[in-house]
Design a protein around this ligand. Structure first.
Ligand code: ES4
Ligand code: ZN
Length: 326
């Protein structure tokens, strides 16, 4: 079959990827040594062995520990260039990269250190690899809305270096309504809005993200199938869902890739596409997500084209850029 080659070669966008989740164990150890940071693991192998997750929180605990090696602008640059090299190799023509500033500013790292390192990597990758790369500042929902508002204020001097804001981290118990004021402020500022919803949390969180936060896309959204009225709305309004199959498998949101609901969501007319979420932790970059999901579910070339087209259309790229791709 030529399907794996099609999945590899077709131009695509990646719209749901946390840059801190692209830190490979080898880079975590190299940065720990470079920065004299102590790690609670003796080796790359011991760290990788800890990547056995039972749910979102069990992953987040290790993900935040891994990010503790990031201290200087060059660290953020090196991390992002490594991801952008992998993305370009997967024929990603455009990527919208989440970053979690609060994970770093809480450790005393400057906001400008984070954003300038990531931004310079995006600019250099555009020049040397031709990949279009933009940044989305993501608020940590386990922290307070006051913390998110202060984070936004700190980032505003660098407003032209990110295109939007998102909402991630521990979902259940932290509903979207908790962030109504900060998202309203971001909307006034003309930022693009997205939020994680319906990964582990209920359909009510997807309704809340749409109606209260006014987001343009839902990150994950795989729990939408539990609510027929919500499904009808997502189809009618063509709300993009940035689905992450290997993430859902590794965090036990689904028991088996063969049972993943992406083929059903696509068939029902939802604007879904495939993304890697935290590729260093979940077993692969975007093409690995495509090839494993297609092998498990029996989707074919028609679905491949539709998913790639959805990814490009659902991006925040300009109409001129989209006209070049689609
Ligand atoms: C995340 Cl998979 C996932 N869900 C929520 N927040 C996150 N941050 C990084 N990965
Ligand atoms: Zn995510």
């Amino acid at each position: 079959s030529r399907l794996p080659e099609l999945l590899r070669a077709m131009p695509k966008a990646e719209l749901h990827m946390h840059i801190e989740g692209s830190l490979e164990p080898e880079l975590i150890f190299a940065l720990a040594q470079r920065n004299q940071v102590e790690l609670p693991y003796d080796s790359v192998e011991a760290l990788r062995a800890a990547y056995a997750f039972t749910d979102l929180q069990s992953f987040l605990d290790i993900y935040y520990a891994g990010a503790s090696v990031l201290l200087y602008e060059q660290d953020f640059y090196d991390m992002a260039r490594a991801y952008l090299n992998r993305a370009a190799a997967d024929n990603v023509v455009h990527t919208e990269i989440f970053f979690d500033p609060q994970t770093h500013t809480a450790r005393g790292v400057g906001m400008e250190t984070v954003i300038n390192g990531l931004y310079r990597a995006c600019r250099d990758a555009q020049i040397s690899q031709g990949i279009s790369a933009t940044l989305i500042l993501s608020f940590l929902r386990h922290l307070s809305e006051e913390d998110a508002l202060a984070t936004l204020e700190e980032a505003l001097p660098l407003r032209d270096r990110f295109i939007g804001v998102g909402l991630d981290s521990s979902e259940v118990g932290n509903p979207p309504e908790k962030f109504a004021r900060v998202f309203a402020r971001c909307k006034e500022l003309g930022l693009h809005l997205v939020a994680h919803a319906g990964e582990e949390g209920p359909p009510a969180y997807i309704w809340g993200a749409l109606d209260t936060l006014k987001v343009a896309r839902i990150d994950h959204g795989v729990q939408s199938e539990k609510d027929e009225l919500l499904m009808q709305r997502l189809v009618r309004e063509q709300v993009p869902l940035t689905v992450c199959p290997l993430s859902n498998l590794k965090l036990c949101v689904v028991d088996d890739l063969a049972d993943h609901n992406l083929p059903r969501l696509l068939e029902a007319g939802l604007k879904v596409m495939i993304n890697s979420d935290d590729p260093a932790y979940f077993g692969g970059y975007v093409n690995e997500n495509y090839t494993q999901l297609f092998a498990a579910t029996g989707m074919g070339a028609d679905q491949a084209y539709q998913l790639a087209r959805n990814s490009l259309e659902a991006s925040f790229a300009s109409d001129a850029q989209k006209a070049d791709w689609i």
